[in-house]
Design a protein around this ligand. Structure first.
Ligand SMILES: Nc1ncnc2c1ncn2[C@@H]1O[C@H](COP(=O)(O)OP(=O)(O)OP(=O)(O)O)[C@@H](O)[C@H]1O
Ligand SMILES: [Mg+2]
Length: 329
């Protein structure tokens, strides 16, 4: 794909903070009009990448173009082509939602009338009209995040950076933000979305780059990433915990793949090649062996599994509760 078709393109982008290499040669190619997810654990370099691409931070080595402009030599042009929703919100707590948006507009040198008009449009669009006059400190987490989104859209940017747009939100707040993001996508904007929520990347992104230690370790569609670790899985929940080892041995032999076990949840899970054959064979053989199953299901691998598999970093998900969708209320 030629550079002209790309909304974001980085080559061997590097950044150090003292001795700490935050970006270790980041290569990204994001076509126009797609949502590209940057998925990675704490400290992977996601925010560093976003800050560099939105010209808030200078890189050390490599090159990058955003909306067709070089981030080093054409930084001002980049700035007027992008919107940024930072990991930590930039709104003023004591001002109302509307005042905040008007202020952002004024910062971008939009005339007062136009800034007010734009603020009202955006408040309406993100369902904040009623709360427009209230100070932001009275907003819920979801309302704040929607206000942040509105603020990032003041200039109607073609490229939007969303750094962890839903971290800390409850499921409802997260859904509201997802809906808003889907609306932005429908307008043809390019979105670079960073997230630690695998489900979020799966829901919103056309393409996902997994990043770890400042580099891209894998890029693909959510389905491609799932296929990388070997197709579908069969999940069995047993009635009795002490059957877990025996069921695992049996499934290992039948499916010729090493099953994973979770004794606490009485679960055995293995990769399958032929879905239906695997399901019937496993069900029959367990039954013949006198092992009672409470549930048997086929499923696609989760992105958690993809991430663990591809980065080989088993500590990431267990140490980081936000990576576990199931840990969310
Ligand atoms: N201002 C800074 N000074 C020193 N080190 C920093 C600074 N900012 C980030 N780092 C380090 O650089 C690495 C990358 O940080 P970055 O914030 O880009 O990660 P991240 O992927 O956004 O993580 P998170 O998911 O926690 O937001 C981390 O090891 C971090 O500790
Ligand atoms: Mg970050």
């Amino acid at each position: 794909m030629g550079g002209a078709d790309l909304a974001i393109q980085t080559e061997a982008l590097k950044k150090k903070y003292g001795d700490k290499e935050a970006l270790a040669g980041l290569d990204l190619q994001v076509p126009r009009g797609v949502v590209h997810g940057l998925l990675g654990p704490n400290g992977a370099g996601k925010t560093t990448a976003v800050r560099i691409l939105s010209t808030l931070l200078k890189h050390d080595e490599g090159t990058a173009r955003v909306a067709g402009y070089d981030i080093a030599s054409q930084a001002a042009r980049v700035r007027y082509s992008i919107g940024l929703l930072g990991q930590h919100a930039a709104v003023d707590e004591d001002l109302s939602g509307r005042q905040n948006l008007v202020m952002f507009g004024r910062l971008y040198h939009i005339g007062k009338r136009k800034a007010q008009q734009r603020a009202d449009e955006l408040l309406e669009r993100f369902g904040l009209t009623e709360a427009a006059g209230k100070p932001v400190k009275q907003y819920s987490g979801g309302m704040r995040r929607r206000l942040d989104l509105a603020a990032s859209l003041i200039l109607a940017p073609s490229v939007l950076f969303l750094d962890e747009p839903t971290t800390g939100l409850d499921p409802r707040g997260r859904n509201d933000v997802w809906e808003s993001v889907r609306g932005l996508i429908a307008e043809g904007r390019t979105v670079l979305l960073t997230t630690q929520y695998l489900e979020e990347a799966d829901q919103l992104a056309d393409m996902i780059s997994l990043i770890d230690n400042g580099r891209v370790v894998e890029t693909g569609t959510p389905d491609q990433l799932k296929n990388k670790i070997g197709g579908d899985r069969i999940d069995i929940v047993l009635r009795r915990p002490h059957d877990v080892p025996r069921a695992a041995r049996l499934m290992g032999t039948l499916l010729r793949s090493e099953p994973e076990t979770d004794s606490d949840n009485r679960r055995v899970s293995a990769v399958v090649e032929d879905r239906v054959a695997a399901l019937t064979t496993v069900a029959r053989e367990l039954d013949e062996a006198g092992i009672e199953a409470e549930d048997i299901a086929l499923r696609r691998p989760s992105l958690d599994e993809v991430f663990l598999h591809l980065t080989g970093n088993g500590t990431v998900t267990s140490a980081e509760p936000s990576l576990k969708e199931t840990a969310q209320p």
